[in-house]
Design a protein around this ligand. Structure first.
Ligand SMILES: [Zn+2]
Length: 340
């Protein structure tokens, strides 16, 4: 349900991971911490328009309706020293992932610590002006998804139950389990919430080579809301059932179809929202889709690609399905399961 494949090339390596994590975190912490702390902690303390390439026009969002279904947990702090702990846990997982480890193992080991931190919330922290602007922007985009999907569902004789969006930093508890920023944006069907650490978008630009921009963010939100649409339509459950008893390669193929359909729905939403777009917005979405294709991520991270392990689709596929939705605007034309 996430926006992109979480990079973990050595999925079969199951032992020694925790020791490796300790050693790696000690050896590499200084070098990577400096870079990652800057990326994860400071990205929005600068002008939030650093997300926007210079001299480009921004999407028309200022002054429009903002969703009331956004939970902003970015200002929450944790008791005692655990605010550092939460950040470090996310960073250590990132470091370990970057170096080719199986981060899921660390995440499970550290999950209990994370759970405790979430329960030990302290007084709220003040958000910066830039943080507030970013919160207003994503709330406006989320409101646009509510308006358009309500309309499309109504036209098809269905009710659209609004999802919620949770903004967080470092780590978050969900009905699907705990997650860190390293997971990237994701949707949890059990609580019908989209989870976003907005620091991801700085990473998308600096680490994955996307050009950035406000519409890259809108595309990611629309992709996650696309998963909510799949949840409401029953596609997600059908796909999970279809995966049972299948080979890993076949299960991955179904996952790719689900993800590409979420990209298609993001395109459909964009079609119906185009009066608010500005020149360059589609390029920003395409650049983000290009950056997070499984082939692009694998090539960047390990130098070669393993198509059977793809779970989200190639850059070309992701761009193709987004554009297909954007050109047609019709949800009926997004049967990725039959067309793959
Ligand atoms: Zn997804």
């Amino acid at each position: 349900m996430s926006f992109m494949q979480t990079y973990s090339p050595y999925k079969t390596r199951k032992t020694g991971g925790f020791m490796a994590y300790i050693v790696l975190s000690l050896c590499c912490s200084l070098k990577y911490l400096t870079k990652l702390i800057r990326a994860s902690v400071c990205s929005f303390t600068r002008n939030s328009l650093t997300l926007q390439p210079e001299n480009t026009v921004v999407m028309k969002w200022i002054g429009r309706r903002q969703s009331t279904n956004v939970e902003d947990r970015r200002g929450m702090s944790f008791g005692g020293g655990s605010i550092i702990g939460g950040g470090i846990i996310g960073i250590v997982i990132l470091i370990y992932s970057l170096l080719g480890g199986d981060s899921s193992q660390i995440e499970s080991v550290l999950q209990q610590a994370n759970n405790q931190q979430v329960q030990e919330q302290g007084p709220a922290q003040e958000l910066s002006e830039e943080d507030k602007v970013m919160g207003e922007f994503v709330s406006t985009v989320f409101a646009d998804t509510e308006d358009i999907w309500s309309k499309l569902f109504r036209e098809n004789g269905l009710d659209y139950d609004f999802p919620r969006m949770v903004l967080f930093r470092s780590g978050v508890q969900t009905a699907c389990g705990g997650a860190s920023s390293a997971s990237g944006p994701f949707y949890c069907p059990s609580d019908q919430k989209v989870y976003m650490d907005l620091g991801f978008f700085e990473e998308l630009r600096t680490r994955f080579g996307a050009k950035g921009g406000d519409f890259a963010i809108a595309y990611v939100i629309a992709h996650e809301v696309g998963h909510h649409v799949q949840h409401l339509l029953g596609t997600m459950d059908q796909m999970r059932r279809a995966q049972q008893g299948k080979s890993e390669a076949e299960a991955n193929r179904l996952s790719v179809a689900l993800e590409l359909q979420a990209d298609f729905y993001a395109g459909v939403w964009t079609y119906h929202n185009q009066k608010y777009l500005d020149p360059g917005d589609i390029d920003e979405a395409m650049s983000a889709a290009q950056a997070v294709g499984d082939d692009a991520i694998q090539k960047r991270m390990q130098g070669h690609i393993v198509p059977e392990s793809f779970t989200h689709g190639t850059s070309e596929q992701r761009k193709y399905w987004f554009m297909k939705g954007y050109k047609s605007g019709k949800i009926q034309e997004g049967n990725t399961f039959d067309e793959l």
